[in-house]
Write a protein that binds this ligand. Structure first.
Ligand code: PAF
Length: 306
């Protein structure tokens, strides 16, 4: 874990106005960092923030100034927006900028990495903190930090500093933060949860907790078996019993939540299916593996229009 006692003052850019991005932005600002937002339409934004202990406070964020080079950018945008987002930021990125991606699914890094200059470094953060934006008429955003979690940070390029200077600030904002030299095994563990929970809940339009019901057990078991087969071939072997236990734990802990894919479906937004089940199936093809459970689930999701 990162030492949480010293504070740092850095110029952060946080991209978008999703719950995890705004949570991080508020917490970074609270501990003294300068934070600006990158929104589709550059504008200032007020966030009414309710912390875990029920206390409230207000944060105001200005857009990134058009001429200032970007040194550290936290980019918690959907997987399908990650590439175009980096392309938009590119003209302003400092020669040695640090970019921290955070999204569900895999398959974005391969297209983003070739765009970066030799000293621009890419990181990935995965988090279990819960946050949501309350619908409301008040100007600005009503952000609720709904569940304490932890985060894991890892560099994508070999040879990156294993304890970058910005990790301290992230630890205070969205920690406890574990810095790891290889983030990929963590991303595959998250992929496992996402490729079982997200398409199933989105297809059947149920809260996460419904998946604990016995009529979902055989399908979830098949999906897990197939995933483990693939993960083994891809070099990220999973302990099946432990994975099943973790799945049940997440289903129970998030029982009353709608998965991100169900939320996207209900809101008529694009989903991350291509980067979750789509990625799994593309990887399976690479290893000449047939994953009939995932293939059928993918087809049903497509037929349902998401
Ligand atoms: O995408 C989501 O909704 C979440 O990552 C998870 C863990 C599946 C819980 O809902």
């Amino acid at each position: 874990m990162i030492d949480s006692h010293s504070s740092t003052h850095q110029d952060w850019l946080v991209v978008g106005q999703g719950a995890i991005g705004l949570l991080t932005a508020c917490q970074l600002q609270q501990q003294g960092s300068s934070v600006r937002l990158w929104l589709r339409q550059p504008a200032s934004l007020t966030v009414h923030f309710r912390a875990l202990d029920g206390s409230s406070r207000h944060h105001r964020f200005e857009p990134w100034p058009a001429s200032q080079p970007i040194q550290i950018a936290f980019i918690p945008v959907k997987a399908y927006d990650a590439l175009s987002c980096i392309q938009q930021l590119q003209p302003l990125l400092a020669e040695d900028a640090c970019l921290i991606l955070s999204h569900n699914g895999l398959g974005t890094l391969e297209t983003i990495q070739p765009l970066l200059k030799p000293k621009q470094h890419l990181w990935f953060l995965t988090t279990t903190h819960g946050a949501y934006i309350e619908p409301g008429n008040q100007a600005g955003r009503q952000l609720v930090h709904s569940g304490a979690g932890n985060s894991v940070l890892g560099a994508i390029q070999a040879g990156s500093d294993p304890r970058p200077s910005f990790a301290k600030a992230l630890n205070l904002a969205i920690g406890p933060l574990l810095s790891v030299t290889d983030i990929k095994p963590y991303l595959w563990q998250k992929l496992l949860l996402n490729c079982l929970i997200n398409p199933m809940t989105a297809l059947h339009q149920v809260h996460n907790g419904e998946l604990a019901k016995p009529h979902f057990t055989s399908e979830l078991t098949q999906l897990l078996d197939e995933f483990c087969l693939l993960a083994e071939r891809a070099g990220y072997p999973q302990d099946k019993a432990a994975a099943w236990q973790q799945l049940q734990q997440v289903i129970t802990q998030t029982a009353s939540n709608r998965s991100s894919m169900l939320q996207d479906r209900l809101a008529g937004r694009q989903t991350e299916l291509e980067f979750i089940t789509g990625f799994v199936l593309r990887e399976a093809q690479r290893f000449d593996l047939l994953l009939p459970g995932h293939a059928q689930l993918y087809q049903l999701c497509q037929d349902a229009g998401f």
